[in-house]
Write a protein that binds this ligand. Structure first.
Ligand SMILES: [Zn+2]
Ligand SMILES: [Zn+2]
Ligand SMILES: [Zn+2]
Length: 153
């Protein structure tokens, strides 16, 4: 009867070979227990490959338009940083056509009366918050709106 003493025998979690040297599985692998050197090398290679693939995938992922989700591949698309007033996520990019649409809308809000659509000059009026209007107003419309809301009170 051979005596093994108190020494615990470990087996490789993959190939079940008895282990003289125990290797811990690389971080990120799902193997539990210990590995022999051969399996450890294999698993480490796998883990490194997986990491590289993930990295490559992240780098390859193209930027997408924050509005239409179109992939931004052209230089003209990648230059369209939205204005902060548009309330888009930080770092968002827009494709050329979405940018142009937003810009036109923005310019319109900036330069035209939100009520009568007339181009407003240097002097413009901001609607009162209670009016729930987005944009700016000409004097005439502001006075009218003001009179209406006052009449209601
Ligand atoms: Zn093994
Ligand atoms: Zn777009
Ligand atoms: Zn107006």
């Amino acid at each position: 009867m051979p005596l093994f003493g108190k020494k615990t025998v470990h087996f490789c979690a993959i190939c079940s070979k008895e282990l003289k040297h125990k290797y811990k599985p690389p971080s990120g692998s799902e193997v539990e227990g210990y590995l022999c050197s051969d399996c450890h090398i294999e698993k480490t290679k796998e883990a490194v490959l997986k990491q590289q693939e993930e990295k490559a995938r992240l780098q390859e992922a193209p930027d997408t338009c924050a509005i239409c989700k179109k992939e931004l591949v052209q230089d003209t698309d990648l230059q369209n940083k939205p204005r902060w007033q548009w309330n888009l996520e930080a770092g968002s990019l827009l494709c050329k056509s979405c940018f142009d649409t937003m810009e036109a809308k923005y310019q319109k809000e900036l330069n035209y009366c939100v009520i009568c659509n007339r181009k407003i000059g240097f002097i413009r009026y901001n609607p009162k918050p209670a009016w729930n209007l987005k944009g700016q107003m000409c004097r005439e419309c502001w006075d009218k709106q003001n009179a209406i809301t006052k009449g209601k009170v």
